[in-house]
Every structure is written in C-alpha cells, then in structure tokens.
Design a protein. Structure first.
Length: 259
C-alpha cells in the first residue's frame, strides 16, 4: 500500500517494458527538477571523461530512451532497444552495428543491470572501441545502506549471489539484477580482468547515498523539495569518506588497452 502511494502517477500500473513507459519516464525526469539535476550531474561526470579521450571516433550512448544526454552533448549517438522519439539508433547492446575500432567512447546510465548477457556487451564494446578509448557508466552499487534501500524500496530484483552475469527475465527492463554491476566489478573483478584483458578498470567511484532516493527516481514521487538539492549534495560530500558503506551508485570507467 505504501509503495503504491509513493509510485509516480504517470507510470503506475503501466507495462514497464512498453516503449510508451520509457517516453513517460523521460517526461518524469524533465518534470522533476531535483531528479533532472541528478541526471545533469551524471552526464557532466561522464562527458568530462569522454572529452579527455585523445583518440578519434564516435561516442555512443546505450539505453538513451528516458534520458537527455543528446541535449548536453549533441554529437553523441543515442540508442535504445526499441523505437523512442529522439533516438538515433535502434540496437541491441549485445550486438553492435559498428565496424571494429570505430568508437572513441561508450557511455550508459543504469543500463548494465538490465543486459541479459553482460559478457556479450563487454566483448562487443571492446571490439568496437579504439585502443585508448573508454567505456564509462553509472550503475547501482551495493553497500550496507544500498542493500537496505534496494531490497525494500526498489521494484527490481537484487541477487548478489547469482553465480553468473546473466539476467533472468523476459523484458528489456523487467529483466534486471540490481546487484550485477557490483558482482562484475567487485565480487568477480578478477574474473572480469581475466576474461576481458582488453579492458583495464581505471576507476570505480561509489557515490550518491541519498539524493537519488530523495528525488523519487523515475518510478516514485519526489520526497524532497528541489531547492534542497545543494544542501543534500553538501551532506553527501561530507560523507565521502564512508561511501564504501553508504553509496547507492558507482561511476565505473574502463580503458581500452592497446591490441
């Protein structure tokens, strides 16, 4: 009952896998100033790294549907698994329609934990990205605090004991494991580095324990006034030494090694 009360009215009772739901989620992000500022901050983190990459090539965003990166960085190729207004390319993130070595960078936000076979994604990304290019993404991250939040207030499954990196589930969004980024880059990091020697894990930065939750995300009502954004950012900065226990997200950067 409480979860239903908190659910955002635009997407309540809709099929999560329908393209229309993704369009409505874009409306939600644009209509919630607190949440919109979070996405703008995420895009700034990502594009600062992309702009520092010193090799030629295109920049591809995976899972662009609900976001607005193309307004921040107009040259980015936006993509999604199904047709959504404003998307440059309809594609499966497990099969890239690009020539080998044609991309300067790949970026994504909250996509990895929906990919049915993460190994295919990383293999295709390595094939298509130039040496010294980057793969940069922001994903949910498991900590003592986020485990509590994700298992009680979030609709997506959290299975940190999953033996592999595959997602069970039929739909592109309903199929999910919130724990997958943590599994690949924390629990199974040594296995990742062995399987994907072309990718060097350059950086994992756990961050943002409260603001996304307080924004209500894209599935809940806002829990905080938008003019409190700067205060909560200040609180999170004060707590930065304890992000290994508090963070709900992580920014992960991979560097494409020389062949």
């Amino acid at each position: 009952m409480f979860a239903r009360f908190l659910a955002h009215p635009l997407t309540r009772d809709l099929d999560i896998d329908a393209p229309e739901t993704t369009r409505l989620r874009r409306e939600i992000i644009n209509s919630k100033p607190f949440l919109h500022r979070i996405y703008a901050e995420w895009y700034e983190f990502i594009m600062d790294e992309v702009n520092a990459v010193d090799v030629p090539g295109s920049v591809l965003e995976l899972g662009s549907g609900a976001g607005f990166l193309s307004k921040v960085a107009p040259g980015v190729i936006t993509s999604d698994l199904f047709v959504v207004d404003g998307i440059s390319l309809v594609m499966d993130a497990q099969r890239f329609p690009f020539k080998s070595g044609s991309l300067k960078a790949l970026v994504m936000v909250n996509v990895l934990h929906h990919i049915p076979d993460a190994e295919k994604l990383f293999a295709e990304a390595a094939r298509c990205t130039r040496p010294r290019g980057k793969f940069i993404f922001i994903e949910p991250w498991l900590t003592a605090w986020s485990r509590f939040v994700y298992t009680r207030l979030h609709h997506e499954p959290v299975d940190e004991h999953s033996p592999g990196w595959n997602i069970r589930g039929q739909g592109p969004l309903s199929g999910a494991n919130t724990a997958l980024p943590w599994i690949v880059f924390h629990r199974d990091r040594a296995a990742f580095e062995q399987k994907f020697a072309k990718w060097k894990v350059k950086q994992i930065i756990p961050f943002m324990p409260f603001r996304y939750l307080l924004s209500g995300g894209i599935s809940m009502r806002s829990l905080m006034f938008s003019n409190s954004f700067a205060f909560w950012r200040w609180v999170e900065n004060l707590l930065s030494p304890w992000m290994s226990k508090l963070a709900m997200f992580a920014k992960i950067s991979l560097l494409r090694q020389e062949d």
